[in-house]
Design a protein around this ligand. Structure first.
Ligand code: HEM
Length: 478
């Protein structure tokens, strides 16, 4: 366990508060986009895309960092991650975020969160804005890579590298000292993260070279493969961090241990390989890709849902079935979060099916599925961990907030799914220019309905914030 326990807790609190504040601001940006798509606000397209890029990159970043902070703090209860690096990464992350705000809101950089090549270099915004965005992303990537390597180091020095991956359980050698399953999930997730962050870093370095020497021509298909290998894995390991926290913390409330065993170890080791190949489903429309990897994309997407999800769902049942669990805020947030992960994951599997993708590609179905597992999955797991960290005595208020966010959230994502099924394209600053009147109408009306649900989410979030912030002073002191 880490020696400076209070220091670790305080730093986790600083991260958590920053994350909660940034999250709310990004929700407001999301509201602004939906209001514009509903036709209630005339937002110039360049501003809409700058807002969309900041919202997308910011949300993915805040979810990743939030989930990382949760598991960093939990790892510190068993092993010794570096507190100094944790603090350093806070500064690096802040610098990256400030850079992105400047690039988007001042420079109007609007290439979307994939920053797909060659768009960053030909979108009509000033060259400095593209440079600022690329350098900011490099800063964030460096801090994330360092953080991932540090957790791998901490777990490996506590349990050994291969044991940290649960290979002793796979080989049938149950160790004398039991290992928390969270450790295996984290080893797998951090390794996948570190490998693919290196790929993301290489891509960003090429972008930097292109920015410095505009005559340089990069291979767009290679860049697309690199960005999706990095981005898709990042999103998945963010979810794995949340799930790891649930494995670790649900037993506190159920009173039943969640033990490591061979099946858990095999499942999460398989998840490592499958998560790396599923990203091909983002490239079905890239006909230059070899056919074999298109099929591999569909197969890996299907298989990747099985080991981790099935084992986790059985584990959750084993935890709660007839356990007399008291449904206070934290376990409720965790179980709802797992539900959001599964619903969003199933919607992702639908979209990763080549036949369905022909119809759903780049429609609102896509933001529908990832908003489900982020907003109703990762966010719930994150706010559960933060509540536990702060330990306030406002459970009723927090639960009111949770249910309000859940109702608002499912209403909000349904507007995306319905829009997708009605062929409404994603990433439109407004729908006036759509040639098919019925689709434009569907886009506007689903966006108008979404606005009401987003306001509900904001109300729920404020109730949760009021509950959780009432505990900050005490949590800081102890
Ligand atoms: C109440 C909360 C939220 C609202 C109102 C909101 C709203 C929106 C809207 C309107 C879009 C544009 C959709 C389109 O036309 O393509 C969008 C895109 C996006 N949102 Fe959210 N969102 C919310 C929460 C989140 C969360 C929790 C995440 C977590 C990662 C997230 C990540 C993204 C991403 C990655 C994009 C895509 C940006 C792009 O296409 O480049 N959002 N959001």
């Amino acid at each position: 366990m880490i020696e400076n326990k209070l220091g670790a807790k305080r730093m986790a609190i600083v991260y958590a508060i920053t994350g909660l504040v940034v999250f709310l601001i990004l929700v407001l940006l999301g509201l602004v986009m939906r209001v514009a798509q509903a036709g209630m606000l005339g937002l110039p397209p360049d501003l809409f895309y700058a807002v969309m890029t900041l919202h997308g990159l910011g949300m993915v970043g805040v979810m990743y960092v939030g989930a990382y902070v949760g598991v960093w703090y939990l790892t510190a209860q068993h092993a010794k991650p570096s507190l100094g690096l944790f603090k350093f990464n806070y500064v690096l992350t802040l610098l990256g975020v400030v850079g992105l705000i400047v690039a988007t809101l001042i420079g109007r950089f609007g290439a979307g969160w994939y920053v797909l090549y060659p768009l960053p270099f030909m979108g009509g915004w000033p060259s400095w804005a593209a440079g600022a965005a690329v350098i900011s992303l490099i800063l964030l990537g460096v801090s994330w890579l360092l953080g991932q390597l540090d957790i791998i180091r901490a777990i490996a020095s506590r349990y050994g590298f291969t044991n940290g991956l649960g290979w002793n359980y796979i080989a049938g050698n149950t160790p004398k000292e039991e290992m928390p399953p969270m450790m295996v999930i984290l080893m797998v997730a951090m390794l996948a993260g570190a490998l693919t962050t290196v790929v993301g870093a290489a891509m960003l370095m090429l972008y930097l070279a292109k920015w410095l020497s505009p005559e340089l021509a990069l291979d767009p298909l290679l860049m697309k493969n690199m960005v999706f290998l990095f981005g898709h894995t990042l999103v998945n390991i963010t979810l794995y961090f949340g799930v790891a926290a649930v494995y670790e913390m649900l037993p506190i409330f159920s009173g039943r241990p969640w033990k490591m065993n061979r099946i858990v170890a095999i499942s999460w080791n398989l998840a490592f390989f499958l998560v790396l190949f599923a990203y091909f489903h983002h490239l079905y429309f890239d006909f230059g890709q070899p056919n074999a990897v298109q099929y591999l994309g569909q197969i890996a997407s299907y298989l990747s849902t099985v080991p981790a999800t099935v084992v986790t769902v059985f584990g959750i049942f084993a935890q709660v079935y007839r356990s007399n669990i008291k449904w206070s805020f934290v376990p409720l947030a965790f179980v709802l979060g797992i539900c959001g992960w599964i619903v969003g994951g199933l919607a992702a599997v639908v979209d990763s099916t080549i036949r369905f993708n022909l119809y759903l590609h780049n429609t609102m179905w896509v933001p529908g599925h990832f908003h489900t597992y982020f907003l109703l999955g990762v966010v719930f797991m994150f706010i559960g961990v933060v509540y536990f960290l702060m330990g306030p005595k406002e459970d009723k208020l927090a639960r009111f907030g949770l249910w309000t966010i859940a109702i608002g959230g499912y209403g909000f994502v349904t507007s995306f799914f319905v829009g997708g099924l009605m062929a409404v394209p994603r990433r439109m600053s407004n729908y006036d220019s759509l040639p098919v009147a019925a689709v434009a109408q569907a886009g506007q009306s689903t966006a108008s309905i979404a606005v009401i649900f987003i306001l509900l989410i904001a109300v729920g979030a404020l109730a949760y914030y009021a509950a959780v912030f009432s505990g900050v002073k005490k949590a800081w002191a102890e």
